[in-house]
Design a protein around this ligand. Structure first.
Ligand SMILES: [Zn+2]
Ligand SMILES: [Zn+2]
Length: 352
């Protein structure tokens, strides 16, 4: 009898659980053994006994939570295959943020891929998404509606550079989440030829430093000193999204507020957040890429973890693919939704 998908992976209060390997994937509560797909706070939490993740993700967790974020840890490099309990695991790049991984869980020829969060668009700060053929594909659906199609990021970054040229007296304050998006925006600016300093809010410093240590060229990224704010005419400043609206950003000369997020596709959101220059830059797949990826994996069954689950489940049905929503709670605060608690704490700390 071949093994069934639910014997390989099941749902518990803490999240997805592999009974044969005795570990959870991205648990939302502290567990004995956790496999973590990437460093965003909704997937990577502190307080687990043992953590298995890529070296980059482990370092990100240490930066966010302190070196003692778990009791014991084990590194899994992208491309590594390993035996855990009665299953074989393989880690493949997810293209989401530095160190982000999909994990293939396999036993007796049955393979489930947990993709965590992922995107297919190019990103100079992490390895590209790899298609892993599987029987069951577990996907997010943050932008799981046909209205969501992300534009080319180069055009978005050019809008920012063009605005600085048009308004050389005004500081450009760009809200971007501290892990992944901020560094991607910096790297894209460099690719488009911006060679002046990129100024950072204090909350961006540690993770940007970590990206640099990992060999990602981001150029000169000085921290904004409180006293210098009024002199930063024509500067590009990256800060947490919550800071574009607070008093911190008003100290700059006639600031232009920008926000880099997939949600900037929705004009009402941009207006509501007081964003003058919306930049549609997302670390999640848009609708065409979600559909394309499901097809590429050849999966005959799809489980949707979080986001706009219903539309994607419906689409799978039209393609003859079995699909179900998992309605996982606790995901989705990772950088394209509202600021996560860890980032909010960092922001409070940095602006104090
Ligand atoms: Zn994420
Ligand atoms: Zn997420």
């Amino acid at each position: 009898m071949p093994i069934s998908a639910s014997e390989l992976l099941t749902l518990t209060r803490e999240g997805l659980y592999c009974p044969l390997g005795r570990f959870h994937v991205d648990p939302t509560w502290p567990v004995e053994r956790a496999l973590i797909t990437h460093g965003h706070a909704d997937h990577a939490r502190s307080g687990h006994g043992h953590v298995l993740a890529t070296p980059e993700t482990l370092r990100i967790m240490a930066v966010r939570y302190g070196a003692d974020f778990c009791r014991t840890r084990q590194e899994a490099r992208l491309g590594d295959e390993m035996r855990v309990g009665d299953v074989t695991l393989r880690f493949a790049p997810a293209g989401h943020v530095l160190g982000s991984a999909q994990v293939a869980i396999e036993k007796d020829g049955k393979r489930i891929v947990v993709s965590g969060d992922y995107k297919r668009a190019s990103d100079p700060t992490c390895l590209p998404f790899e298609v892993v053929p599987c029987d069951v594909f577990i996907t997010e659906a943050t932008f799981g509606l046909p209205v969501f199609t992300h534009p080319d990021t180069r055009g978005e970054v050019r809008k920012l550079i063009d605005s600085v040229k048009l308004f050389p007296e005004r500081a450009h304050i760009v809200g971007a989440y501290a892990l992944g998006k901020a560094q991607r925006v910096m790297a894209l600016l460099r690719e488009e030829g911006w060679d002046r300093p990129i100024h950072l809010h204090g909350a961006m410093e540690k993770l940007t430093e970590l990206y640099k240590q990992e060999g990602i060229a981001l150029g000169d990224t000085p921290k904004v000193a409180a006293a210098d704010r009024k002199d930063l005419h024509g500067a590009i400043v990256i800060c947490p999204p919550s800071s574009i609206q607070d008093v911190w950003s008003r100290k700059f000369p006639d600031p232009v507020t920008a926000f880099a997020s997939g949600w900037m596709r929705v004009r009402a959101r941009a207006r509501q957040k007081g964003v003058e220059l919306p930049l549609v830059i997302s670390d999640h797949s848009d609708w065409p890429d979600l559909c394309r990826t499901i097809r590429d994996t050849g999966a005959e069954e799809v489980w949707v973890t979080h986001g706009q689950e219903d539309a994607l489940v419906h689409w799978c049905g039209t393609q003859g693919i079995k699909a179900k929503p998992l309605h996982l709670l606790g995901y989705g605060d990772d950088g394209e939704a509202e600021p996560d608690p860890a980032q909010a704490a960092e922001t409070a700390e940095a602006s104090a």
